[in-house]
Design a protein around this ligand. Structure first.
Ligand SMILES: [Zn+2]
Length: 251
């Protein structure tokens, strides 16, 4: 059992990365907290193993943020049900999230991963428990009904910061990214990160993914804040996007 389920790292004065370090790297997603003058925003919210809301409000001492979902996979929406405001793209279905599991083989099957992925996963996807009486088998992904639909081109006003919504389907039908207008920081969710991109899951669509990747290539972010792994710059983003595009062109 561990006291500190989450780990917070400040990226700058207003952006904080929240991670779940006791989760297998495959499932350890980045949640991004952005503190605005008028409201706070949390892009993704962890597995729901421990309370993300309590961490932000009680541990970090901040006003409850709006939870914005990059997409509806368990590692990004698990705690969404704890928040009074949840925003997502209408093509995503977090009110019908399907099963979640922290048992590796079962999770691979739920997501639609191939046999090689099933074989590569450990039986248990966490290395600690958030409470003494917590059991892996009791984990469930709780549904949530979004309170606002976010479409491509919409703007989110945080008071002193404005974020543009980009609909970038492919990983899932309703995957979105956010671009902070003032700082040009780009939050990509699972559309783009270092490592193997997942485009053959249930709900994935490779032609859409290719289009989304081309759109990303037109952006010039100052910094990319991905859904998994380390942050990177525009040059690295172009290389990663180009690698995906050329890998598909060869098939
Ligand atoms: Zn995902």
């Amino acid at each position: 059992m561990v006291e500190d389920w989450f780990r917070a790292t400040d990226i700058d004065e207003v952006v904080t990365l929240i991670e779940e370090p006791h989760v297998h790297p495959f499932l350890c997603a980045n949640s991004w907290l952005i503190r605005g003058a008028r409201r706070n925003l949390l892009f993704d919210c962890g597995l729901g193993v421990a309370s993300m809301r309590a961490f932000v409000v009680e541990h970090l001492g901040l006003a409850e943020p709006v939870a914005v979902l990059s997409h509806g996979h368990l590692d990004h929406m698990g705690s969404a049900h704890e928040f009074s405001q949840v925003w997502a793209h209408p093509a995503e279905q977090p009110w019908r999230p399907g099963q979640g599991s922290l048992v590796g083989t079962e999770l691979m099957r739920i997501l639609g991963m191939d046999d090689a992925a099933v074989a590569s996963m450990p039986e248990i996807m966490v290395t600690a428990a958030p409470a003494a009486d917590w059991l892996v088998k009791d984990y469930e992904l709780r549904p949530v009904t979004p309170t606002r639909s976010l479409s491509d081109g919409e703007r989110i006003d945080l008071g002193d910061l404005t974020l543009d919504v980009l609909h970038l389907p492919g990983h899932t039908p309703g995957s979105i990214a956010l671009m902070v207008q003032e700082t040009r920081m780009l939050l990509t969710g699972d559309v783009l990160y270092e490592g193997t991109l997942l485009d053959q899951l249930h709900g994935s669509n490779i032609p859409q993914y290719l289009e989304s990747m081309s759109r990303l290539g037109e952006l010039e972010p100052s910094l990319v804040l991905p859904g998994h792994g380390p942050v990177f710059d525009a040059e690295r983003m172009a290389a990663l996007a180009g690698r995906y595009l050329s890998s598909k062109a060869l098939r």
